[in-house]
Design a protein around this ligand. Structure first.
Ligand SMILES: Nc1ncnc2c1ncn2[C@@H]1O[C@H](COP(=O)(O)OP(=O)(O)OP(=O)(O)O)[C@@H](O)[C@H]1O
Ligand SMILES: [Mg+2]
Length: 379
């Protein structure tokens, strides 16, 4: 009879957790919530979740009721250093829920007197998995609890399995969102190309054709003006479509930039060193930066030619865009005042790169980007 009530309790707990896992689509909210519920239904006090990436870096993704000793200094004891549980996970020795003999973080907390440990000494540790994929660890503890029995571990394992599946679902949907944004941009580019672009083109042709019908100088002047305006709008539109859909990025960033230069009416010399095989996120970043640098050449340099150098060496990529035009007065130490240059710098730094501008009045401009070639974070 007692066994039966326990089973019912366990099922109830699993149901509550399943419900909370299905509610949100934001990973950190979901993990926070499920941890809170798990602790409520099991009657344990403390828990935390580590997400561990492919490179085996771990991050504290959620925690509930951590003792002072582990919470201090902005939870730094939970964010650095190793622990037996993470070591085992990395070595591939943690396939199922286990009792961890003792907690290294707590041991350190006692040794270095970081504060109250709430009598927590041990924790259970459960890998978060979905099929063969592993995402991290769920750790659960309670004051003076040194052992988790098989029933407890089995329940925790079922919960961990549900959490693993939810992580997978959320990551897939994030990826899908990213893809649908790309698809939407493509659609917009196509629509603009087929509608507004064609209209502007007809407008330009009509203005040109109408000039044949009159010899009135005032009229001719206005028609010429219309023709020029629509020509200008057409090239703006073409550049906008290019921004939305980097046609040719599939052939690599350099070829896309060379094409973009052509769209802008610039003559571009290029030089390439090393094998340029870059992950998508780096290509996209260099592409955006390169576009803005070429826009600037076109708008401000006063010349119609530019030079692009690209090199990949020792896991680092360097892209330089230079012109021999007007240049401008700029000191490295200055805060960048304007949006175009600022966003180039921000994009570079978001991928841990360095951004430099060398420019002097009358001496041309060199924009240079250097960044480590790292693999794209996978969802
Ligand atoms: N290649 C260049 N040659 C000459 N001057 C340049 C060059 N690139 C940038 N500049 C100068 O630096 C200023 C800032 O450039 P930035 O790209 O930040 O702004 P912008 O091009 O004026 O505006 P936006 O990029 O927002 O359309 C420019 O206004 C221009 O004076
Ligand atoms: Mg600009």
């Amino acid at each position: 009879m007692e066994h039966k009530t326990q089973r019912v309790e366990e099922l109830r707990a699993l149901k509550i957790i399943a419900e909370s896992l299905n509610q949100a689509n934001d990973l950190s909210t979901v993990l926070d919530d499920v941890l809170k519920k798990l602790i409520q239904v099991t009657g344990l006090t403390t828990g935390w979740i580590f997400l561990i990436d492919e490179k085996e870096n771990y991050t504290l993704a959620a925690d509930h009721n951590l003792p002072e000793a582990l919470k201090g200094d902005n939870k730094s004891p939970m964010c650095k250093g190793g622990c037996w549980c993470i070591d085992r996970y990395k070595e591939g020795r943690l396939q199922r829920a286990s009792n961890i003999i003792s907690c290294k973080r707590i041991e350190d907390a006692i040794k270095f007197e970081w504060g109250d440990t709430n009598d927590i000494t041990h924790h259970a540790t459960i890998p978060l998995k979905a099929g063969k994929e592993k995402f991290g660890l769920l750790n659960i503890a309670s004051p003076n609890k040194t052992h988790f029995d098989d029933t407890e571990l089995a329940l925790l394992e079922s919960v961990a399995f549900q959490i693993g599946t939810a992580i997978k679902r959320i990551r897939l949907s994030e990826n899908e969102q990213h893809l649908s944004v790309l698809a939407e941009r493509n659609r917009l580019a196509r629509d603009l190309h087929d509608s507004v672009n064609q209209l502007l083109f007809s407008l330009m042709l009509t203005a040109r054709g109408t000039k044949e019908l009159t010899s009135d100088p005032k009229m001719l002047e206005m028609l010429t003006y219309m023709q020029e305006l629509s020509q200008e709008a057409l090239s703006e539109m073409r550049a906008l479509i290019w921004q939305l859909r980097p046609e040719g990025l599939e052939n690599g960033v350099l070829s896309a930039l060379l094409n973009y230069g052509k769209v802008l009416g610039l003559t571009i010399n290029s030089e390439i060193k090393g094998v340029i095989d870059l992950p998508n996120h780096i290509e996209e970043c260099l592409w955006r930066i390169g576009q803005e640098a070429l826009n600037n050449c076109k708008k401000h340099s006063g010349t119609k030619s530019a030079c692009i150098h690209m090199e990949v060496k020792n896991n680092e990529v360097r892209l330089e865009i230079m012109d021999n035009g007007n240049g401008f007065s700029f000191k490295q130490s200055e805060v960048i005042p304007s949006l175009g240059l600022k966003s180039m710098k921000e994009r570079t730094e978001s991928l841990k790169g360095t951004f430099t501008i060398l420019s002097e009045l009358g001496k041309g401009t060199i924009v240079s980007i250097q960044m480590p070639v790292t693999k794209e974070e996978k969802y």
